[in-house]
Design a protein around this ligand. Structure first.
Ligand SMILES: [Cu+2]
Length: 118
């Protein structure tokens, strides 16, 4: 009984870590060079990108996940989407027009990333 409880607590701790801590850790700052983002195992890495208003940025997605759902990356609020080929880097260029936080996701929003424009 005790072992079951401990296993349950460990499982909960793992889920919390996975969804709230680990997924939000990697951060990149967009500058004059492209930001490389790996799409694999349910995570955009890095998943938080900082950018500046009015400055063009290039996000270079490398999709390693064969799941067809991950082949699209959608920036809903920015009206930008792209098809990501498998294992071939694909560049998405955009220029944020306003400050704010803009989410980008795969088709079913299992993959989630955030563009923070300052
Ligand atoms: Cu998906």
């Amino acid at each position: 009984m005790m072992i079951v409880n401990i296993a349950g607590i460990l499982l909960i701790a793992f889920i919390v870590w996975w969804f709230w801590i680990y997924k939000n850790l990697p951060v990149a700052v967009a500058g004059s060079t492209a930001v490389d983002i790996v799409v694999d195992a349910g995570i955009y890495s890095p998943s938080v990108i900082h950018a500046e208003v009015g400055k063009p940025l290039t996000l270079r997605f490398l999709r390693k996940d064969g799941n067809p759902c991950s082949e699209k990356v959608i920036f809903g609020d920015l009206n930008v989407s792209a098809d990501l080929p498998l294992n071939i880097p694909h560049e998405v260029r955009l220029t944020p027009k306003s400050k704010g936080e803009f989410e980008f996701t795969c088709q079913m929003a299992m993959y989630r990333g955030k563009l923070i424009v300052e």
